[in-house]
Design a binder for this molecule. Structure first.
Ligand SMILES: [Zn+2]
Ligand SMILES: [Zn+2]
Length: 329
């Protein structure tokens, strides 16, 4: 199958030369003689079942059997009163044969503009006003792939695990974070010129509900909050950023500007894949985490902590005492 080189905005190449024919209806039927699937395009006008019965003469591409009301039925087991084309039984057979193939939009077939397959009409989602079948250009399989490309969604499980990591990270880093006091906030507003870094919207320091501090390198990867690791964002922009790795949210130009404003390490910010903070004193964080008594459900907390430490390969950074406490030795 030939494909165009240019990419459509869906990220998939289109079948070359389909053009307006993309909406064409196809007739699809199984040969009653050899069972071969026969497919042919009929353009943008659907057939009328009665006309098809009266006029059709469809030759099977495999065995050349002619599908027409004038052909005898090729079923050798059937009595001649059924197979003789002049008989009423045979006429009824042909009427129903052509009706099944042409009776409504769902009876037809259509070519997918992405994978090129010719598929039954119900393999396509509806699109009102598009061609005689009113179906989308891509089959539902291709649509699935396209939607995944346009809108990559994390699975529930991934989201759940990332939320746990964030929670554990937040607790672990409590004593490592810089205090967000008046000085911190004044400094943030000064450096970001009282403007949302993502949307350039002016922000009012005193309207505390309108802005948030972006923890640029996320706490789920064990980066504490610091002046270097903070950006000023509108509440809306930060809702989109949340736990994301900086290069998954900011453009390259934004990352360069961000490093200039904050003094952060541009190479780290622009890394494609998240990487755990190797500079944080994990052992100190764990010691404090284990000492906080008020928090309920210790078993669950320890299970989550151990998963994070294992996933990030940090066991070796723990003191012997903490390794014992967590049951590593
Ligand atoms: Zn055939
Ligand atoms: Zn397809």
């Amino acid at each position: 199958m030939s494909r165009r080189k240019t990419k459509h905005r869906t990220g998939l190449p289109r079948i070359k030369g389909i053009g307006k024919k993309v909406h064409n209806a196809w007739v699809g039927y199984i040969c009653i003689c050899c069972d071969a699937l026969n497919l042919f395009s009929i353009g943008d006008t659907l057939l009328n079942p009665n006309d098809a019965y009266s006029t059709a003469a469809w030759k099977c591409k495999e065995c050349n059997y002619l599908h027409s009301k004038d052909s005898p039925l090729p079923f050798s087991e059937w009595p001649s009163e059924f197979t003789d084309p002049t008989s009423i039984k045979c006429r009824r057979f042909w009427q129903a044969f052509f009706r099944i193939i042409t009776e409504n939009k769902e009876s037809y077939w259509k070519q997918c503009n992405a994978c090129g397959r010719i598929l039954p009409s119900n393999a396509f989602d509806r699109h009102t006003g598009w061609g005689p079948l009113e179906k989308q250009m891509e089959c539902r399989s291709c649509k699935g792939a396209i939607n995944a490309y346009l809108n990559p969604k994390r699975t529930k499980q991934q989201l759940y695990e990332s939320n746990i990591k964030r929670r554990v990270g937040d607790l672990l880093l409590e004593s490592e974070n810089q205090a967000v006091d008046k000085n911190f906030i004044d400094d943030l507003f000064r450096r970001f010129n009282s403007t949302c870094f993502k949307t350039a919207k002016k922000l009012n320091k005193n309207d505390r509900d309108s802005w948030e501090i972006d923890h640029i390198l996320p706490s789920s990867w064990l980066y504490p909050l610091s002046k270097e690791n903070a950006a000023l964002l509108s509440k809306k922009a930060n809702n989109n950023k949340r736990n994301k790795w900086p290069s998954h949210f900011y453009t390259n130009n934004e990352l360069i500007r961000l490093a200039r404003i904050t003094g952060a390490d541009l190479a780290l910010l622009s890394r494609k894949d998240p990487t755990v903070n190797s500079n944080v004193n994990v052992d100190r964080c764990v010691t404090r985490y284990l000492q906080v008594r008020e928090r309920s459900n210790l078993n669950k907390r320890i299970k989550e902590l151990k998963k994070l430490i294992k996933d990030y390969a940090l066991i070796d950074k723990l003191s012997l005492k903490n390794k014992k406490l967590l049951g590593y030795v």
